[in-house]
Design a protein around this ligand. Sequence first.
Ligand code: ZN
Length: 299
Amino acid sequence: MDSAHYRFERLSEHVTFARSRPEGGALSNSALVDLGGETLVFDTSLTPQAAQDLCHAAAEVTGRAPSLAANSHWHLDHTLGNQAFTAVPTYGTQRTREILREKLGELSTQISVPVLEKRVGELEEMLARSPPGAVRMYLRGVLGTNRWLLDAAPTLRIVPPNHGFQGKVRLPGSRHAELVSFGGGHTESDALLYLPDDGLLATGDLVVVETHPNVRSGDAEQWLGILRRMEQLRPERVVPGHGPVGGPEAIEAVRDYLSTLLKLAQGFGPVDIPPRFAGWAMADQFEGNVEFLRSQRSR
Ligand SMILES: [Zn+2]
């Protein structure tokens, strides 16, 4: 299926990976899963336009429209598409539901027409001044995504998931699928999708591949503990929140990143991105990550 927002990749008979395209209306990845009599969309994307493509693709690969959706965590690039799924159960942790309600005012302002118009204008100016290269490519991607968001802004609505759970929940359908939460690491409350028969974990942003994770909404130490518990599930494949599909080594790479970041945050002064992370996407996260961890230490 052709989409401006995703490249679709079949991972197994039952699982299709939706990888976000640069400049599209999705920032993060999703998974489309045939649960046996039920169709799940795991993470609903940033815009209703991208969410529509998830619905169409899910229907194409499973033969039925999505009957369930789920959110890995509250960040808008994983939840703002919920408004395309109001007719079906949408799962998220109880805390994720609460956080979205608590932040409703603040987040609604962030996605309002005037704020998005201003951001698009600023990005256009930055792009015009930016020399050819990686930064320019990155800016173009961010600008494209914000334009999709601005197009949808008059009708955008933040819709918290309507089925809260704690710990874990087995999803309906004849195939074994669980949403599992080991607490919070990337955010205050994160959930992942576990498909034991496929040896597959869809992780939200607990695992991102070749991409700088964002540590500023959660707790990096607890995140390390969650990574250990994920490894105990012995996944063969990991569907990350950002970047390409990986194997168990994808979890190890995030552990390396977080441990390194925690060490660097113990020092003072500017730090360079360690060479092994230098090629990763979203490099602008790095400095903010270090600053955040330092500010946590001094509290
Ligand atoms: Zn996130």
